[in-house]
Write a protein that binds this ligand. Sequence first.
Ligand SMILES: Nc1ncnc2c1ncn2[C@@H]1O[C@H](COP(=O)(O)OP(=O)(O)O)[C@@H](O)[C@H]1O
Ligand SMILES: [Mg+2]
Length: 224
Amino acid sequence: MIQAHSIDKSYRLPGQVIPVLKHVSLEVKQGEFVAIMGPSGTGKSTLLNLLGCLDSADSGSYVLDNETISEMDDRALAKVRNRKLGFVFQSTSFVDYLDLPDNVAMPGFYCGMSRATSRQRAKVLLRQVGLGHRLTHLPGQLSGGESQRVAIARALFNRPRLLLADEPTGNLDSSNSAEIVNLLKQLNTDGLTIVLITHDAEVAKAADRIYLMQDGVLGDMGND
Ligand SMILES: Nc1ncnc2c1ncn2[C@@H]1O[C@H](COP(=O)(O)OP(=O)(O)O)[C@@H](O)[C@H]1O
Ligand SMILES: [Mg+2]
């Protein structure tokens, strides 16, 4: 699913170049669940943004689902994002005055699906993430764990091939965190490929494989 080879990335600020990723290589097979751990400020989110086609590398090659991402322009990248990728972050903003099905259905509105059809699909997804009893709720009425479930449901809307999650349990207590991890594991068992960034060794245990990021260098910690 992912073949990234020798990726370099620096941020350029006026009069300053900040090297972040140094010859990063990683492979993720279809159906795998991979975690990336490491101290903060070491480049994990930068890497996830590159894998998610939200930003481009300075050099190196990146093939995602048999498409050569490293040669694409911004328009093509946006297309790949919409067709193939789902994102979950540490916290997610929702539209406060829309109910959960409308919030989850956002990606459908953007690609011209009718409101009825997209709400229908959103409800199926909300049931799948365990929120079938919250279909008439507004985002402000949810716990942290429930909000992350909604974020996951929305990320699944376009049937992504790959789910990219950047510290999705970072704001949750340990029991809510465990529930989100169980949900991700379930989705993985059902066939979804997942790359997860986390500080939390307990969360990383759910993965088939763990990479460690240190000072912009990625190492493979092998199987746990
Ligand atoms: N847009 C940006 N412009 C300049 N520097 C950035 C930008 N984003 C991140 N950085 C810097 O790059 C380094 C890695 O950041 P990040 O990838 O967010 O690390 P992590 O997710 O591991 O905490 C940090 O030193 C951070 O300050
Ligand atoms: Mg980060």
